[in-house]
Design a protein around this ligand. Structure first.
Ligand code: PAF
Length: 285
């Protein structure tokens, strides 16, 4: 595996892959890798001759400097996992190369970036769209793979790639879960043992919502049940709950009091101590 610490080095590695006729799949990460990331690498390997990963804790997507500072950094373990998974090259750039002095260009989706999680974390999706554009331009992949857990991020990136004619296929990969149902996330390692046990209420709420949708409950009833499930867990503080159209994240077309009769995406975020976790489920009644 090529370990590249500069833009020039990863461009050389990718040029080598192209010269031997291989297509390239990209997996962008902020490190602290887990099995969920490895499922993205596996999906990219299934579709492409060569797989490139990036590890970059992107400062522009963190509103809270403490969150950026405490974000887990586990480079040696990350490299071992990527190597074992058969990744062909990894870029670990310096922040000042990604954001050169006096850098002034940003990439922003308008509506998608400011709603839901975007309203809770102003500027977050602008930071994501900007860095992902830079990483796409640096590595020029045929396709890129993102986890469905970060559902709004996936929609922002899909939209951006489409609107800016990037010519890169964007793939969503299903969320991997721990045995008790907690969605895998790099943030899970920051949970105390008590909060880790409590965090399973997110998946419990989504399971309950899905069952209710199959039994013709309305969005209003489903929302009330999710709120009640999270409220039953004293260590959890619900910070966001949206039931929207998949993909566009627009409001559902039908009345919140009529039985759910169209596909919906449920997006939840909740705080456990200092750690903000998100989860989501797409439901087709
Ligand atoms: O999902 C992530 O890990 C990050 O938001 C991403 C896409 C690597 C951009 O920094």
């Amino acid at each position: 595996m090529h370990v590249c610490r500069s833009i020039a080095a990863i461009r050389d590695a990718v040029a080598g892959f192209r010269a031997t006729g291989h297509s390239v799949g990209l997996v962008t990460t902020m490190g602290a890798l887990h099995a969920g990331h490895m499922s993205l690498i596996a999906a990219a390997k299934r579709d492409h001759g060569r797989v490139v990963a990036t590890i970059f804790v992107n400062p522009t997507q963190f509103g809270d400097p403490k969150d950026l500072e405490t974000y887990p950094r586990t480079e040696a373990a990350d490299l071992a996992m990527l190597e074992a998974a058969g990744c062909d090259a990894v870029l670990i750039p310096r922040a000042d190369e990604i954001y050169p002095e006096a850098d002034e260009t940003i990439v922003e989706t308008r509506d998608l970036a400011v709603r839901m999680h975007g309203a809770l974390r102003p500027g977050h999706f602008r930071g994501v769209a900007t860095v992902v554009t830079k990483l796409f331009n640096i590595t020029r992949p045929d396709a890129a793979y993102f986890g469905e857990k970060d559902y709004q991020q996936l929609q922002v990136i899909r939209r951006m790639a489409h609107d800016l004619h990037m010519g890169i296929d964007i793939h969503g990969v299903p969320t991997l879960r721990e045995a008790d149902g907690l969605a895998m996330s790099s943030r899970n390692v920051r949970l105390t043992p008590e909060d880790r046990a409590a965090a399973v209420c997110l998946n419990r709420a989504l399971d309950r919502a899905e069952r209710m949708a199959m039994e013709r409950a309305s969005p209003a009833q489903i929302e009330a049940a999710i709120r009640a499930t999270i409220a039953d867990e004293p260590r959890a503080t619900l910070t966001g709950l949206d039931i929207v159209s998949p993909g566009s994240l627009a409001f559902l077309r039908h009345s919140p009091d009529a039985p759910l009769s169209e596909p919906a995406a449920i997006m939840i975020s909740a705080r456990f101590g200092e750690v903000l976790l998100i989860d989501q489920r797409e439901i087709t009644p």
